[in-house]
Design a protein around this ligand. Structure first.
Ligand SMILES: NC(=O)c1ccc[n+]([C@@H]2O[C@H](COP(=O)([O-])OP(=O)(O)OC[C@H]3O[C@@H](n4cnc5c(N)ncnc54)[C@H](O)[C@@H]3O)[C@@H](O)[C@H]2O)c1
Length: 375
């Protein structure tokens, strides 16, 4: 059983140190996998890209040449068997994630996996159990967490400056047209596993719960209004958090002006994200204190805030550090489980027209699948 040290003991300057070991990594899937590969390329002291894998060998070759990977292949099983690899980074369509992560762990590799890591809570629990008995680690992707705007809010929270939470609003208003649904797997329950609540707003909702903690109740309305797809592309959701605060979530994939926005209202301050759709967790965020004294405390506290790399680079750097120092991963399977529990509750609420209470129990039928029963 793996022992994990307390991540808070980590020195702030760790990312500047030249690491003792480069991890050998392969990226599987060349869509968003290209962004992963570029992030590894930006960390040459930490990672060596051994291979790029895609069923489309031309795509794999092109990306391997672009990022300077040592090789390329279309054969995932062969890659796991034959290569001297530490980590596989899985960026394939959602329905393939669980079997590919399991194969990687069984082959003795650490696994990084894009969201959503699993198709139901039961499958996440299978991965949690597998990680516990394995010497290898599994890290889901939530790269939006590492934007320095959100990190500043977390920092102020750790300093005890926020007060009590009153309310929050989260908007994920993105745009996806017919072009987006050209790949066979998108827009379908069986392969995408969900719509905008699972595939797009999941980042913004993870950012929300990172600050406000556990969700208590969920009431959701969903609709498919933008594209002719099976899954939802619009949603309005109300949450009651365990701390008593209340939250409104709004998601659409049909917004001509794309934005992502978080607004947190605490008794001591209001925090507002920037509204750039894909970098809303980065600076600038605006923190407005409830009095001149609180504003001063915010300013003084943020003077000590240390910026760290964000996005995929930030997550992979922290992953490398966690692996070499045996500390907690920057995103854990439990984090992914929490976000998928919220998704499960949102889908159940939307289907039944009722408020859903968390946690989702293992005896609940939705524990085994949130897909419609016709699937
Ligand atoms: N974190 C984020 O911000 C973010 C952004 C985009 C996509 N994603 C997630 O990443 C995953 C992939 O999405 P995408 O947009 O890159 O999809 P995509 O269709 O553009 O790319 C997927 C690639 O995987 C390859 N592939 C499929 N099966 C394979 C197999 N068995 N072995 C090797 N290669 C295989 C395909 O050929 C394709 O090139 C999805 O789960 C998606 O939700 C996350």
């Amino acid at each position: 059983m793996t022992q994990h040290l307390d991540a808070h003991n980590v020195q702030k300057t760790w990312q500047l140190e030249k690491p003792q070991k480069r991890l050998k990594v392969a990226v599987i899937g060349c869509g968003v996998g290209r962004a992963h590969a570029l992030a590894y390329q930006a960390l040459p002291d930490h990672f060596e890209m051994v291979s790029i894998c895609d069923l489309d060998l031309q795509k794999a070759k092109k990306l391997a040449l672009e990022v300077g990977a040592l090789g390329f292949t279309a054969d995932y099983a062969g890659l796991l068997e034959g290569s001297d690899l530490d980590v596989v980074d899985i960026c394939t369509p959602p329905h393939l994630h669980v079997p590919m992560v399991i194969e990687a762990i069984q082959a003795g590799k650490h696994a990084i996996c894009e969201k959503p890591i699993a198709a139901c809570l039961k499958d996440v629990d299978t991965l949690i159990a597998l990680e516990k008995i394995s010497a290898k680690r599994i890290m889901p992707i939530f790269q939006y967490r590492f934007g320095n705007g959100l990190q500043k809010l977390e920092y102020l929270q750790k300093q005890g400056l926020l007060g009590t939470a009153h309310v929050a609003t989260v908007e994920t208003h993105w745009r996806r047209g017919a072009w987006y649904y050209e790949p066979e797997w998108r827009g379908k329950w069986a392969t995408e596993l969900g719509g905008g609540l699972l595939g797009h707003a999941i980042h913004a909702h993870d950012m929300l719960t990172k600050i406000l903690g556990k969700v208590k109740t969920v009431y959701a309305k969903v609709a498919t209004r933008v594209n002719p797809i099976e899954v939802e592309d619009c949603a309005a959701v109300t949450l009651e958090m365990h701390d008593g605060s209340v939250v409104s979530l709004s998601m659409t994939l049909g917004s001509s002006a794309e934005i992502s926005r978080h607004r947190f209202v605490f008794s001591n301050l209001t925090a507002e994200s920037n509204t750039r759709p894909y970098t809303s967790s980065a600076d600038p965020w605006v923190f407005t204190g409830d009095s001149p004294e609180i504003q001063k405390s915010i300013t003084v506290a943020l003077e000590d805030f240390v910026e760290q790399p964000d996005g995929y680079t930030g997550q992979f750097l922290r992953f490398h550090h966690a692996l070499l120092n045996n500390t907690s991963l920057p995103v854990t399977l439990q984090d992914a489980r929490d976000s998928l529990e919220l998704v499960t509750a949102m889908y159940r609420s939307a289907r039944t027209g009722t408020e859903v209470q968390l946690p989702i129990l293992t005896t609940d039928p939705d524990y085994n699948s949130w897909l419609p029963t016709s699937q």
